[in-house]
Structures are given as structure tokens and as C-alpha cells.
Design a protein around this ligand. Structure first.
Ligand code: TYD
Length: 210
């Protein structure tokens, strides 16, 4: 089983993942928690090229191909082997983020993104994608985006702007609406404990049914 967690910047994904780790600690066969961009040494090198503070001005296509390169390596070296061994994989972001950020955000054609994804990963899609949905204005007001940026040395939220984050949000909602059986949308404007409990319940519920 392959689960991805998605959401705009400052949606509380990091805390939800920590809580999910606790909820799944006794999962038989173990759980591999991983993240994108990243997930491998090569992917981390690409992550720092993409997300370092204000160093680069990537063309959207260059950005797409970099996230796709990191993902190809991640899928081939980490995700597929773990799935083949029967494990559960939970990824902090995956191709949903590419459709949202490079697609809706930066204006690249979704069909082209899907084609790149198809070829570079053997068309590997998550069994379940959990979307943390929150109005970007609220995310900004809560200051979680800023805190996350300070902690990581990355400043995506403010550099992308509110309009961009609104398009990202709409894309995640549209992706979920297009394939409801493979998505769970969680209202991330709720108190943090409730959001975390709902994420864990969505994942455990899906795994229980699968
Ligand atoms: P993330 O590590 O989730 O940061 P945070 O926890 O602060 O939200 O994500 C890093 C950034 O990378 C985020 O702004 C989204 C962006 N991103 C893309 O633009 N395309 C992608 O395909 C992925 C996986 C991430």
C-alpha cells in the first residue's frame, strides 16, 4: 500500500505526519516514511537546488523535470522496493504536488505532467492520497508556513504568494473530486488535534478496508 499526504504550504502536514507515525507504529510489516522532493541522497541534492532561499529562478519546465528526476530516483530506489517487500509506504508529497504546483501554480499542462510521470515512474500512483485542505489566507495567518520555512531554511510560501497558493488548493480539491475513491480530503482549518486525528482515521480506515 502506498499513501501520500498532500496540502498547501502551512497546512499542518508535518504535525499530521508525526501523529500518523504514532498511529501506525505497530503496523505489521513496518511503515516507510519518506518525502518529496527528496527521499534519496540524489533527490535531496535536487531538493536543495529547487528550494534553497532565492538562489535560482527556474523555468517551469526545468522545475518539472527536476521534481520528476527526484521522483524517478525515489520510486526506483526506495518506493518500489519497499512496496515489493510488502511494506506500507507513506510519502510527504508526491505527484499531486506536481499537478498542483507546476501544473495549476506555474501553468504547465496537466496532461504533459501525467505523461512525464507515466514514463518516469512506470505510472505509479498512490493507493490513497490524503489532502489537507485549508484556505491559504488562514494558513498564513496561523503562521505555520512561516514557522516551517524558518525551521527548514526554505521560504516557498511567501515567495509564491497567495494567488499561487489558491490555485494550488483548487488543484488538490479538483484532483480529489476527479478520483474520490483514491482521495480523502481533510478540513485542515479545524483545531490541530482534530486534523491529526482525522488524518490517522482516514489512513487506518482505508488500510482496514483495503
Ligand atoms: P514541503 O517539504 O512539504 O514543505 P512544507 O512542509 O513547508 O510544506 O514541500 C516543499 C515545497 O516543494 C512545497 O512548496 C511544494 C513544493 N513541491 C513542488 O513544487 N512540486 C512537487 O512535485 C513537490 C513534491 C513539491
Amino acid at each position: 500500500m502506498f499513501v501520500a499526504l498532500e496540502g498547501g504550504d502551512g497546512s499542518g502536514k508535518t504535525g499530521a505526519l508525526a501523529h500518523l507515525g504514532q498511529a501506525l507504529r505497530d503496523w505489521p510489516g513496518g511503515v516507510l516514511f519518506t518525502r518529496e522532493p527528496g527521499g534519496t541522497e540524489e533527490g535531496l541534492a535536487i531538493r536543495s537546488l529547487l528550494l534553497g532561499r532565492g538562489e535560482h529562478d527556474w523555468d517551469p519546465w526545468a522545475e518539472l523535470l527536476l521534481v520528476a528526476a527526484a521522483r524517478a530516483q525515489h520510486v526506483a530506489r526506495v518506493i518500489r522496493p519497499a512496496l515489493a517487500a510488502g511494506g506500507l509506504v507513506v510519502s510527504d508529497r508526491y505527484v499531486g504536488s506536481t499537478l498542483a504546483y507546476q501544473g495549476a501554480g506555474r501553468g504547465l499542462d496537466a496532461a504533459a505532467i501525467r505523461m512525464v510521470h507515466n514514463h518516469s515512474t512506470g505510472d505509479l500512483w498512490p493507493d490513497l492520497t490524503v489532502v489537507l485542505d485549508v484556505d491559504p489566507e488562514l494558513a498564513l495567518a496561523r503562521g505555520m508556513a512561516r514557522l516551517a520555512a524558518e525551521a527548514s531554511g526554505e521560504d516557498r510560501f511567501e515567495s509564491l504568494g497567495l494567488e499561487f497558493q489558491r490555485r494550488v488548493r483548487q488543484s488538490f480539491l479538483a484532483q480529489a473530486a476527479a478520483a474520490p475513491q483514491r482521495h480523502a480530503v481533510i478540513d485542515a482549518s479545524c483545531p490541530i488535534e482534530l486534523v491529526q486525528a482525522q488524518v490517522a482515521a482516514a489512513v487506518l480506515g482505508f488500510l482496514g478496508r483495503a
